[in-house]
Design a protein around this ligand. Sequence first.
Ligand code: DAH
Length: 355
Amino acid sequence: METQIHGLTEKIADARSQATGQLQALSSLGDVQEWERAWLGPKGEITTMLRSLGTLPKDERPVAGRETQALRQELETAFAPIRDRIEREALDARLEDERVDVTLPGIDPQIGAIHPVSRMIDELVEIFGQLGFQAVFGPEVETGRYNFDLLNIPADHPARDVWDTILVDDPTAEIVMRTHTSPMQARTMERIDPPVRVIVPGRTYRYEAQDASHEWMFTQLEGLAVDRNITMTDLKGVLQEMARQLFGPERRVRFRCDYFPFVEPGVDFAVDCAICSGKGCRVCKQSGWLEMGGAGMVHPNVLRGVGYDPDEYTGFAFGLGIERIVMMKYGVDDLRIFNTNDLRFLKKFATAAVS
Ligand code: DAH
């Protein structure tokens, strides 16, 4: 009996000196975990000792139990501050390691800008909005009926060839990439009764050899007003107001006779050059005038085609190229640059347009 108790006391003393000795040598987080597992963990030395108490004679168990528990207490108390210190040191080292110098200059993000053509569309929608026009949008893939027939361009009419049309799929079905925004004239009038006052910004397509002023895809703005007693004076007033808002209050508008099957009379219209006030310069190619597009009084056949009575209603229509306006306003001399995604151009342009 004596010996067994004695044996246990020795065992406890051994464990104490071993455990506390190791404790002093701990230096890493790994050491800490290892030590805790070996001595205090569920499979650690102390637990094993407590478990083995059952093998002692009954009357020795309480003493042995108390001493083992006392050792556990002692070890826990000694361990806690050492563990805390090592954990704190490890955290400090990690923070030091991952230190970020927030005073270093950052990398400038690339900031996008609205494309010059989109910006011009916004400007035009705003200008015409003030004049009572609503912006509507239509399909870029059209039928021959809307792109031509309802615009008074019958199938066998030579004018059909004026537009170098890109056909989609089967030529007999005559599904086309719209060659102009004019098809939205009929689409709009079919949907609503007069008064009609709409503008149609959008992309148009032509089978075209590309050069500085021709692209196979470009953007137009169509305008249409139909009501009782609409005259060419209204057309001129509206276009003049647009020119003033775009190019300044002094601007004048010029009409010259022109032919488009869907208007009668038809005109082309130009604005006197804002850069040289009509004297002649590089931008207006010495002519003093900037050609903007076509216009006229809606042809009676077009009105009839959508079920409007041409004796009751009259209207005007116009169409212009949006890229052209941007080019005139900002002195850009090559149409192709709008779609080449050249950031140098787009950036320069974005700043120029803002100022
Ligand atoms: N759609 C014509 C074109 O692209 C432009 C045009 C001319 C539109 C006269 C009109 C207009 O509305 O009245 O060539």
